[in-house]
Design a protein around this ligand. Sequence first.
Ligand code: APR
Length: 339
Amino acid sequence: MAFNRPKIALIGSGQIGGVLAQLCAQRHLGDVVMYDVIENMPHGKALDIAEAARINQSDVKIWGTNAYNDIEGADICIVTAGVPRRPGMSRDDLLTINATIIKTVGENIKKFAPDSHVIVISNPLDAMVALMQYITGFPKNRVYGQAGVLDSSRFATFLAWELGVSVKDINALVLGGHGDRMVPLIRYANVNGIPVMELLKEKYGSSTRAREVIEGIIARTRNAGTEIVALLQKGSAFYSPAAAAIEMVEAVLHDEKRLLPVCAYLQGEYGVDGCYAGVPVILGKEGVEKIVEITLNEEEQKMFTGSVAAVVKLIEDLIRLGFLPPQYQYEKSRLELVG
Ligand code: APR
């Protein structure tokens, strides 16, 4: 089959995969193949979305499969394959199961879509991106993870609600690993250029109260995934993670040179060498085209380094469990100082 549109392969067609497929079709981003290990499920979802084509005014092709050879020649693979943590399952159990899945997925992406970009969403995010890059052996600029766009969007939403302004005017950035120790940057958060702390001080007439309010927003941002899990009871967030990944897909397919927080491979930037973590990058047709190094003050740098130390711990676990070789490159000396 010849494709004149970009080909987007969704590896994992669960909750996030389903929304990804729908958004790809609605935004005419490319032809979409939905893969999953569950028999017939991706076929059913793809058919359902395809049957809305007339309403969506969308001619993109969309089909489901249980066979990896259907992803052949994909331009972008978005990976959501994995299982959530269940009661009684240890962190190692979860890491072992998801790493095993990512290993198989990576081998098949390498075989059938060797020129693709790979956007990983599966958790634990930063470690799964590192493993995916190792398994595929793809250049590091073509293997990256979605977390920061979502975390930053959550931060922006909470700021907009607090300040009573349109979320369209909010710029907010969350860096670091996709875990409890992520780093929402207060100093750089602004409403059309006006620092949010200025606006909070104006609202409350007190620096102390403004500080308390922003700390509350930061805590909610860090806990946002858990808050949704508690409400849903079954499963985790899926609309917003899918929307966040689509923003990245558009940046790549349309070569937009967006400045977005992305889980990217660091080689000395921010004092981290040889490890994936969330940082601002320029995202375009080459994937991560540039890592943008902004100045962090002492407190921010300490939080960032602490957050990356949690990622390093997961990398060490992957080495211990045999998924990465002992010589897998990362530098932990500087992380241990503050982690
Ligand atoms: N290959 C492909 N797909 C797989 C495999 C595999 N080896 N193993 C499991 N899957 C599929 C499951 O069948 C399921 O359909 O991955 C899908 C995951 O979908 P959901 O369980 O609905 O999870 P979702 O909410 O989409 O989240 C996916 O993203 O944000 C992270 O923590 C989240 O790791 C999770 C991932």
